[in-house]
Design a protein around this ligand. Sequence first.
Ligand code: PXP
Length: 252
Amino acid sequence: MRPMSSLLKLGVNIDHVATIREARYRGRGFGEPDPVAAAQLCEAAGAHGITAHLREDRRHIQDRDVWRLREVVQTRLNLEMANAPEIIEIALKLKPEIVCLVPERRLEVTTEGGLDVVAAEKSLTATRQKMNDAGIEVSLFIAPDEKQIAAAARTGAQFIELHTGTFAEHFDDEKKRAVELKRLVGGAQQAHSLGLKVNAGHGLNYENLTTLFQVPHLVELNIGHSIVSRAVFVGMETAVREMLAVMKNYRA
Ligand code: PXP
């Protein structure tokens, strides 16, 4: 029987557009390129969502960006954020459709680079509750680690986002790539069996994506750097369309 086809969604992370702007206009309150204009082009090209990370240090995306994004994004706004009181307050007012909680400080990070949900289960559960009460879904950015996935399910989060950074990093090393792919497959299966929806992201590009398609149950990919890099040469809309064309081949 032919495997069932399911639409894999693309969330475009536009932080890197803001990184270019901040390289020249840091602290000025204006400047180009505008990440909000980029988001609109992504949506016009068929992206299913826009992802932006309002960091505590405001290294790329600024507060004004997320408020303008909230006004113009027609699809789904995914706010990446630390589990920090200042940012939680902003998120509860902003009301993105979903937040993805990510580590920003060394102590919040597991050995594999994702959020240490085991260590912060109580406070992540409290934040998850606050967000859900405000009608905002919650995703946790974690490594494909059995204990972290089990803890993520206990927090009551709706989604996990599997950290694909190690897979991407070792893509050219067949052995290491196979090991990481196996962990991602196992992680997705475990999460799915626990009732979590599974996203993935970090370091994904036009080349490594097809190999990642061995991972089952994927709902959405969050991709930033490779799309923004490609956009320098072909424009944002074409870069997004090319990524969507690759993603069409995913079979859940
Ligand atoms: N998902 C999360 C949680 C991230 O922090 C990032 C990086 O900002 C991405 C996805 C996108 O990674 P990349 O820019 O390497 O595509």
